[in-house]
Design a protein around this ligand. Structure first.
Ligand code: SF4
Length: 297
């Protein structure tokens, strides 16, 4: 039947009023946001580096000591540029934001569930530690933790009546992961998951005096909101091995004083390394000197 607006068009012919999703528009919009985010975050970082004379000194996060390759750790310590490095993308900055927001949400959930959680020390700062310090007390190796739980439920019970005794104080560390990584973590536990997280927990417990009780590690699945939790006892042998690695790395004036982890560039560890081109090229690039140091808290 013809309509008043379109007298010649029968109603039996479906009219396509729905706008079609445009992949090109989505890409343009995302690019627009990425550019703005990257510019703002890069500018913040540049302002910090120019206003902090020590910001570019050799230093490394404690979690990086989990890397199997000493030379790769040393490249990071000496701040060698990564292969083709153009800094972080807008998308990566958003992933970092997701981690911060996820941490705030998990802190609220823990408090709601009866845990007394501190995320700042008495001075109102995040719990940090510096080891192998420079003269001003800043560390050549440094780390921070998400919080300390000072009290909470004595037991966490399962529906069948069994349960887990909790001991306080304990260190708290939280992450947020996409489903694929979260499932890997859930399947094998934190130590087997690899990367920075296990060394972060171990070094944090030890250097902030929280090694007496197991740490609580929590991780939210960003896609399904499922929560993984694990109690992580201190592992003195792992901590000592991490400190030994740090000592070797800090003592270098040039990362290439340290051995490669592999005999060939085709090794899978090198394929995923940010310094592979630098590492395997000849001649060796020059690196700044590390300077004198002492190991202590
Ligand atoms: S390329 Fe391989 S050997 Fe070289 S720093 Fe990276 S992981 Fe180590």
């Amino acid at each position: 039947m013809p309509t008043d607006d379109y007298p010649d068009r029968p109603m039996t012919a479906p009219m396509d009023f729905m706008p079609r999703p445009s992949a090109a528009f989505a890409a343009a919009f995302s690019e627009h946001l990425d550019t703005a985010i990257k510019a703002a975050k890069d500018s913040d970082d540049a302002a910090y580096r120019s206003s902090t004379p020590t910001a570019n000194r050799p230093a490394i996060g404690a979690g990086r000591l989990g890397n199997e390759c000493l030379r790769a750790i040393a490249y990071e310590f000496h701040r060698a540029p990564k292969d083709g490095d153009r800094g972080f993308s807008g998308r990566l900055y958003r992933i970092f934001d997701r981690g911060h927001w996820g941490e705030e949400a998990m802190a609220r959930y823990l408090r709601l569930a009866g845990f007394t959680l501190l995320t700042e020390n008495a001075a109102g700062k995040q719990f940090r530690y510096d080891i192998a310090q420079y003269e001003d007390g800043k560390g050549r190796v440094k780390g921070m933790i998400d919080g300390v739980i000072t009290a909470g439920p004595a037991m966490l019970r399962l529906p069948d009546g069994s349960g887990f005794a909790m001991r306080y104080p304990l260190m708290w560390e939280n992450k947020e992961l996409g489903s694929k990584s979260w499932k890997k973590l859930e399947k094998g536990g934190l130590r087997a998951y690899g990367g920075d997280y296990f060394p972060q927990v171990q070094m944090g417990m030890f250097h902030l005096g929280l090694a007496e009780n197991p740490a609580l590690f929590t991780c939210k699945n960003a896609d399904t909101q499922e929560i993984y939790a694990e109690l992580i006892p201190a592992d003195p042998a792992f901590i000592q091995a991490s400190i030994d690695k740090a000592v070797r790395v800090i003592a270098t004036a040039d990362p290439e004083e340290l051995p490669r982890v592999a005999a060939k560039a085709a090794d899978f560890r090198c394929k995923f390394c940010d310094y592979a081109a630098r590492c395997w090229r000849e001649p060796k690039p020059a690196t700044p000197e590390a300077g004198a140091w002492s190991f202590g808290q």
